[in-house]
Design a binder for this molecule. Structure first.
Ligand code: THU
Length: 159
C-alpha cells in the first residue's frame, strides 16, 4: 500500500491587499448578488468573470420551485460569457454571496458541479483561470480551477 497526498495552496488576502483589477472583479460579483433570484434559499450569489479583452461579465444564481432546475451564479455567468463572447478566454472569476442581510464572512466556495464547469472552461482555453472567493473576513485566491478539484475528470481522459 502507498499513499498519495494532495495539497492545495490557497492565498488568503484581506480585500485591501488585492490588486485594483481583483477588487473591481470582486465588486462586480458583489453587485451581481442584487439580481439573484433566490426565493427558496435566500442565499444570493453573484459571480463576475474577467475576459481577455478586459470586459467584465456578471451573473447570479437563478432558482426554481423545481429545485434542481435552478442554476448557480458561477455557471450562469460562465455559460453566458461563453455564449455571447465566444473565443474570449476567461482570465479570472470572482464569487460573493449575500445571506441574512450581509455578505458572508467566510469566503464563498463553488459547489462540485461548478468546479467541474470551471475546470472545463479553463481546459478549453488552455490557460489557468484565477478564482477569487470573497468573504468579509478574507478573500481566498486560487491560481487555477484545477486547485478546486483534485482527482478531476477532464477531456484528456476521453482521448
Ligand atoms: N449557489 C451558487 O450560486 N454558487 C455557489 O457557489 C454555491 C451555491 C447557489 C445555489 C442555490 O441557488 C443557493 O446558492 C443555495 O445553495
Amino acid at each position: 500500500m502507498r499513499e498519495i497526498n494532495l495539497t492545495t495552496k490557497i492565498a488568503v488576502y484581506p480585500l485591501g491587499e488585492c490588486s485594483e483589477t481583483e477588487k473591481n472583479l470582486i465588486e462586480a460579483a458583489k453587485e451581481a448578488t442584487i439580481n439573484s433570484y433566490a426565493p427558496y434559499s435566500g442565499f444570493k450569489v453573484g459571480a463576475a468573470v474577467l475576459l481577455e479583452n478586459g470586459e467584465i461579465i456578471s451573473g447570479n444564481n437563478q432558482e426554481n420551485a423545481a429545485y434542481p432546475s435552478g442554476l448557480c451564479a458561477e455557471r450562469v455567468t460562465v455559460f453566458f460569457a461563453n455564449a455571447t463572447r465566444p473565443g474570449q478566454r476567461i482570465e479570472a472569476i470572482a464569487v460573493a454571496a449575500w445571506h441574512n442581510g450581509r455578505f458572508t464572512d467566510d469566503a464563498i466556495t463553488p459547489c462540485g458541479g461548478c468546479r467541474q464547469v470551471l475546470l472545463e472552461t479553463e481546459n478549453r482555453f488552455n490557460a489557468p483561470m484565477k478564482i477569487l472567493m470573497y468573504g468579509n473576513e478574507a478573500v481566498y485566491v486560487l491560481k487555477s480551477a484545477k486547485d478546486l478539484l483534485p482527482l478531476s475528470f477532464g477531456d484528456e481522459m476521453l482521448k
